[in-house]
Design a protein. Structure first.
Ligand code: ISL
Length: 552
């Protein structure tokens, strides 16, 4: 297994709108991030993944880019970005940007030109099609509700948008489009950026005959059958590797719906020369029913563990994994996988143990290091996310019980992860002096960085301890992995080992004491790190995690 910085590094993800506002307009910005770099460094992380900061009309908070070479003035513009990069490098931190290349904004110059006429030299930068009997070209529905086709009167044709109608899909079949994207990547790499997280990269190659979906109501099936992993995806990524990625010492992580155990290695197998890592969603969509996230099912813990084991097994010889339990698109990790009520602190720390003892590159989402939780705004008016708002409208149109739907929004909205960072207990949580763009979670009085800094036993200080612990032995990064109790309904127990060391990790995912099964032999091991005091080798307290290290 080849050793590299991006395998050993721990990544901290920042959603810039919600991190720190330096100007007092209620919106987080780059100077705000710069003011927190010492804090970030103090966590022990090595890499920051910054969600999009480019110029954007913000229909989807930056995932709709109108100029790929310009940093949005709202975030501080190009000067602020250059300063961020140099301040980060001065501290030994690397910067990974978000590359949103499946679609642009409809306010990008390419799209504005493309719209103008069927003969525009930019027409083929996007997918334009005539309708069928006054209807869209096919029955595909967007990730964010409604048809994926938007009619445009000017030329009497429809254009494709897998996300909102302000996010038209770029046509990667057109070599000029690919060259434009490669040029943009060169531009940022030459500036010194250390990598890209590639947004919905699994969607860039399209099925050009645009077949109707057979089961449009089963959204996951449709994604897999028609949107993701199109016929030329690996050809494009290999080309991107040859033209751009191979020329720099950078890291890449591709994101995407439809990435699964069968095709995952095709993206990340080192010999294929495409990407370094992918984010799959097998554990993140685990509570989605056939109708998607607003049709949730109970979390199946055995399946949850199986996802980690299957992916580890699949990638151990052919690539490298990404370990994460939350990001800006999902509800808060402690609310989903832990217990954010009676055992918030214990379970948040235990989940940190899971993240930091798995094989793969670890990604920590802002706020998880202080155990931030889901929010439950009393009215839909207080939500901002376009996906949440569109799902709300669709539910209303379908006559659903809207009180019940509000409860689903509380559970599933992406805004759960987007409420501003809770820095202290002052007004607006120290995030801003103005009214914030999205309300602060009311629990900021008790859950905030300042109070956790003062408490040696806080979640924050436990993260610092766990990150340092992971880094103390690269067995925890590269060592082998085996689930020791795959059928156990409460315990996640696994071994990590290499030629020098061996560890047992025992995590009690329950609200009760739990006896370690007798076939897990802990003799000859020392308790190395735990999220709470006291472990007698036999009984784990509720949400207790322990790492045991074999005596040498
Ligand atoms: O958000 C999701 C589930 O709640 C996902 O289906 C998500 O839409 C998908 O993973 C793609 O996400 C990425 O691209 C979107 C953007 O809205 C997300 O924020 C981004 O992470 C479109 O660019």
């Amino acid at each position: 297994m080849k050793r590299t910085w991006w395998k050993e590094g721990v990544v901290y993800q920042i959603y810039p709108r919600s991190y720190m506002d330096s100007t007092g307009n209620g919106i987080g910005d780059i100077p705000g991030i710069i003011s927190k770099l010492d804090y970030i460094k103090s966590l022990g992380v090595d890499i920051i993944w910054l969600c999009p900061v480019y110029e954007s009309p913000n229909d989807d908070n930056g995932y709709d880019i109108s100029d790929y070479r310009k940093i949005s003035d709202e975030f501080g513009g190009d000067t602020a970005f250059d300063e961020l990069l140099s301040e980060m490098h001065a501290r030994g931190l690397k910067l990974v940007m978000d590359l949103v290349a499946n679609h642009s904004s409809d306010e990008h110059r390419w799209f504005e030109e493309s719209r103008k006429s069927k003969d525009s030299p930019y027409r083929d930068y996007y997918f334009w099609k005539p309708g069928k009997n006054g209807q869209p070209p096919n029955n595909w529905t967007s990730f964010f509700s409604g048809s994926t086709w938007q009619y445009d009167e000017l030329t009497d044709e429809y254009f494709l948008h897998l996300f909102t109608k302000k996010q038209p899909d770029l046509n990667w079949e057109n070599p000029k489009v690919r060259q434009e994207i490669y040029d943009i990547m060169h531009y940022w790499f030459r500036k010194g950026v250390d990598g890209f997280r590639m947004d919905v990269i699994s969607l860039i190659s399209k099925q050009l005959h645009f077949p109707d979906a057979q089961n449009p109501e089963n959204y996951n099936k449709t994604i897999n059958a028609h949107y993701a992993n199109g016929p030329r995806i690996h050809e494009y990524l290999h080309e991107m590797h040859e033209e751009v990625l191979s020329k720099y010492d950078i890291m890449t992580v591709g994101e995407g719906p439809g990435i699964n155990l069968d095709n995952g290695p095709l993206y990340v197998d080192e010999d294929r020369k495409e990407l370094h890592m992918v984010f799959h969603f097998d554990h993140m969509f685990i509570d989605n029913g056939p109708g998607g996230k607003y049709d949730p099912i109970d979390l199946n813990f055995i399946r949850f563990k199986e996802v980690f084991s299957l992916w580890d097994k699949r990638l151990k010889k052919q690539g490298w994994g990404s370990i994460f339990l939350g990001n800006h698109d999902f509800s808060r990790m402690v609310s989903r996988f832990g217990n954010d009520k009676a055992f918030r602190e214990d379970s948040a720390k235990m989940l940190a143990m899971l993240l930091l003892t798995m094989r793969g590159t670890v990604y920590i989402y802002q706020g998880d290091e202080i155990g931030m939780t889901n929010v439950a705004f009393p009215s839909i008016e207080e939500y901002n996310d376009v996906e949440t708002l569109n799902s709300w409208k669709e539910a209303e149109a379908n006559g659903r019980d809207m009180n019940a739907f509000l409860k689903l929004v509380h559970k599933q909205s992406r805004d759960n992860a987007r409420t501003p960072m809770q820095w202290d207990d002052s007004v607006h949580a120290g995030f801003t002096l103005a009214e914030p763009w999205l309300k602060i979670n009311p629990n900021y009085k008790t859950i905030n960085v300042a109070s956790e800094e003062r408490d040696d036993n806080s979640i924050l200080n436990f993260y610092r301890k766990m990150i340092a612990y992971r880094k103390s032995d690269d067995c925890l990064v590269y060592g082998d992995y085996l689930d020791l109790a795959p059928e156990d309904s409460c315990l996640f127990a696994y071994a990590r080992w290499n030629d020098q060391n061996k560890y047992l990790v025992l995590l009690n995912f329950s609200d009760s004491d739990y006896a370690v099964p007798s076939d897990i032999d802990t003799t000859g091991y020392d308790s190395a790190i735990s999220n709470m005091d006291g472990f007698n080798g036999k009984i784990l307290q509720p949400w207790q995690g322990v790492v045991l290290k074999k005596q040498s």
